[in-house]
Design a protein around this ligand. Structure first.
Ligand code: FMN
Length: 243
């Protein structure tokens, strides 16, 4: 299996120690990306990735190699300490550069492991925020490991082992999970928007060229009859609203 690890901490300490413990339970190759070393300039809010295509981003040369590594991976590990009750600026800046994926989700066959450490607070909310971001990328299933170090040097090895083993066997199984209703809903927001009278050209191109526009959800991911019907109804409503 191929894993890509994205470390949002500027240092290799508490969060990294948790990542390394999780890696012991994963078999395969690891591509490690230390965001601090990537020197990605701050997103300047030009909207080019969203409106014109991600390759028009002025920082595309920095972002593309990372996205290519994610594309080549079966599993993605995203790590961040809590900084001021949120992810680090390093990780947030990276996420800002991937905001186009909200419009054009891509990673429907990938699974992710989120690793968050904190001194005392915010770890669950931060892990939830990363989870939500990844689901907007299209990621099929997100596992979360959080830990409050409270000034100690220790990590919760048992919990890390338990969750990372589940993540590993899921990645190795190759089985895809049924999406949440919220994922189906958002899928149809962007799908309908790409077909609207005055669409964002990059969105229209993506949804038509991938043929996702003709699917209730990414075709690799199976929907049961209830979710399929839900998808069709959502698409019908959003198309009407966005006409
Ligand atoms: C700038 C900064 C902001 C932080 N903000 C919080 C916070 O809001 N809540 C908290 O409990 N810990 C906070 N911490 C503590 C870190 O989350 C904690 O020490 C974490 O384990 C550091 O991870 P690292 O060793 O991977 O860098 C902060 C640390 C720094 C340096």
């Amino acid at each position: 299996m191929n894993y890509v690890v994205i470390n949002g901490s500027p240092r290799k300490k508490n969060t990294w120690k948790m990542v390394k413990q999780a890696e012991l339970n994963l078999k395969g190759n690891f591509e490690e990306i230390q965001l601090i070393k990537e020197r990605i300039p701050l997103c300047n809010g030009c909207f080019k990735c969203i409106m014109e295509g991600e390759d028009e981003c002025p920082h595309f040369d920095k972002i593309k190699p990372i996205m290519d590594k994610i594309r080549a991976a079966d599993g993605i590990i995203i790590a961040s300490p809590v900084y001021a009750m949120n992810v680090t600026a390093l990780l947030k800046n990276f996420f800002d550069h991937t905001a186009y994926l909200y419009h054009r989700p891509e990673f429907f066959t990938k699974k992710a492991l989120v690793v968050v450490s904190t001194a005392g607070a915010g770890q669950k909310d931060v892990a939830k925020y990363i989870d939500e971001t990844l689901r907007h990328w299209g990621i099929n299933k997100v596992y979360k490991i959080t830990y409050a170090c409270g000034g100690k040097d220790s990590i919760d090895e048992d919990n890390i082992n338990k969750i990372s083993k589940k993540f590993a066997s899921d990645v190795e199984s190759g089985k895809l999970h049924s999406p949440k209703f919220g994922d189906v809903l958002f899928y149809n927001v962007w799908r309908a928007m790409a077909l609207s009278k005055d669409p964002i050209e990059a969105d229209r191109k993506y949804w038509t060229e991938t043929d996702l526009v003709n699917h209730d959800f990414a075709p690799e991911v199976k929907l049961n009859i209830v979710k399929k019907s839900f998808s069709k109804i959502m698409f019908f409503i959003f198309k009407k609203v966005m006409k």
